[in-house]
Design a protein around this ligand. Structure first.
Ligand SMILES: Cc1cc2nc3c(=O)[nH]c(=O)nc-3n(C[C@H](O)[C@H](O)[C@H](O)COP(=O)(O)OP(=O)(O)OC[C@H]3O[C@@H](n4cnc5c(N)ncnc54)[C@H](O)[C@@H]3O)c2cc1C
Length: 271
C-alpha cells in the first residue's frame, strides 16, 4: 500500500547518520506490517535495511541476530553442533502464517517491535533467554531481557526514538533441548497459543507461553515437573488478567489449549 502521508525516506548507513527523532517517524524493518495498512500519523520513514547489518553472527557467547534479519534467513540457519535449541528457528518462523513473500521481507526486529501477543520471535527470544540491544536516540545503548520487552498487546518497552539493534541468544540456552507447540483457531490462522519448552541435562525445565497471554509468560522448574505439577503451576498463572481474548480465540479456549500443549511439551522433553 502507498503511504500517502509520508514525505521523507531516510536511509542511514551508519549510526551517526540517524536523524534527530521527530513526531511522525517510523523505523522500517521489512515493512510487511507498515505497508499493509494506512499510516496517517507517519511523515518520515527511516529504513533500517540500509545499515547492512550481518543477519546472524555466531559468537563465543552465543548467537547475535540483527534486528533486520529476515524470518527466511533465520529459518535457513544451519544448526550448529551442540546447539540443539537452534532447531526451534524454523518452526518458530513457520508459526507466522504468512506466505513466502512475508517471510522474505519480515524481520526479527519488526516482529518483536510490532508487539503482537502472537509474535513468534517473542516466544523464541523469551524461551532462549535473549538479550536485546537497544540503541537510544542520544547515542547510548541499553540491554533488555527478552521477557521484559513485550509489555502488552501492541506495547513494548521501547521508548520514543529507540531502535532495537539485535537479539543475542546465549550459548547456554542454545545448548538446551527444546520443544515447540502451536495452535490456531483456523488452519492458517494467527497463533492462539504458542509454547516453547527447554530443558537442560540436569533436568531443569522452562516453559514459555505466548499468544494466549497478553505478554510472554515464563515458568522455570528446577527439576522436571510431573503432569499434575505442571498443570497446577500453569493454571495458577493463567488467570483472566493475563489471558488474551481476541478474534483468534476466546480466553477460555486459549487457556485450555495452553494447558494441553504444555503437557505435550513436558512429555517430549521428559522422553
Ligand atoms: C499475511 C500476514 C500475516 C501475518 N501474520 C502474523 C503473525 O502470525 N504473527 C505476527 O506477530 N505478525 C504477523 N503479521 C504482522 C507482521 O507482518 C509481522 O509481525 C512481521 O514480522 C513484522 O516485521 P517487519 O519487519 O515487516 O515489520 P515492519 O512492518 O517493518 O515494522 C513493524 C513495526 O515495528 C517497528 N520496527 C521495525 N523494526 C524496528 C526496530 N529494529 N526497532 C524499532 N522499531 C522497529 C516499525 O516502526 C513498525 O511500527 C502478519 C502480516 C501479514 C501481512
Amino acid at each position: 500500500m502507498d503511504l500517502h502521508f509520508v514525505e521523507t525516506l531516510v536511509r542511514p548507513d551508519r549510526r551517526a547518520a540517524l536523524p534527530e527523532p521527530l513526531p511522525g517517524d517510523a523505523f522500517v524493518g521489512g515493512g510487511s506490517w507498515l505497508f499493509s495498512e494506512p499510516q496517517t500519523r507517519l511523515r518520515r520513514l527511516i529504513d533500517l535495511a540500509s545499515f547492512g547489518w550481518t543477519p546472524i553472527e555466531p559468537r563465543p557467547e552465543g548467537l547475535e541476530i540483527a534486528a533486520t534479519c529476515r524470518l527466511a534467513e533465520l529459518a535457513a540457519f544451519e544448526p550448529v553442533a551442540g546447539w540443539p535449541a537452534a532447531s526451534l528457528f524454523r518452526p518458530s518462523c513457520d508459526a507466522l502464517w504468512g506466505s513466502f513473500k512475508i517471510h522474505n521481507v519480515a524481520t526479527v526486529g519488526g516482529n518483536l517491535c510490532l508487539g503482537l501477543p502472537a509474535a513468534p520471535m517473542a516466544a523464541l527470544a523469551t524461551a532462549l533467554q535473549g538479550v536485546f540491544l537497544v540503541w537510544q536516540p542520544d547515542g547510548g545503548d541499553r540491554l533488555l531481557a527478552a521477557i521484559d520487552f513485550l509489555t502488552g498487546p501492541g506495547e513494548t518497552a521501547l521508548r520514543p526514538g529507540e531502535i532495537l539493534r539485535s537479539v543475542t541468544l546465549p550459548a547456554t540456552a542454545l545448548r538446551r533441548r527444546a520443544a515447540i507447540r502451536q495452535a490456531s483457531l483456523t488452519s492458517h490462522g494467527r497463533s492462539a497459543a504458542l509454547l516453547i519448552g527447554t530443558s537442560d541435562p540436569g533436568g531443569a525445565m522452562s516453559l514459555t507461553v505466548t499468544a494466549a497471554v497478553r505478554r510472554p509468560l515464563r515458568l522455570d522448574f528446577r527439576s522436571p515437573p510431573d503432569a499434575a505439577g505442571l498443570q497446577a503451576a500453569l493454571s495458577q498463572r493463567l488467570n483472566p488478567a493475563v489471558l488474551f481474548d481476541d478474534l483468534h480465540g476466546s480466553a477460555d479456549w486459549k487457556r485450555h489449549m495452553t494447558l494441553r500443549l504444555a503437557e505435550d511439551i513436558r512429555r517430549e522433553l521428559a522422553a
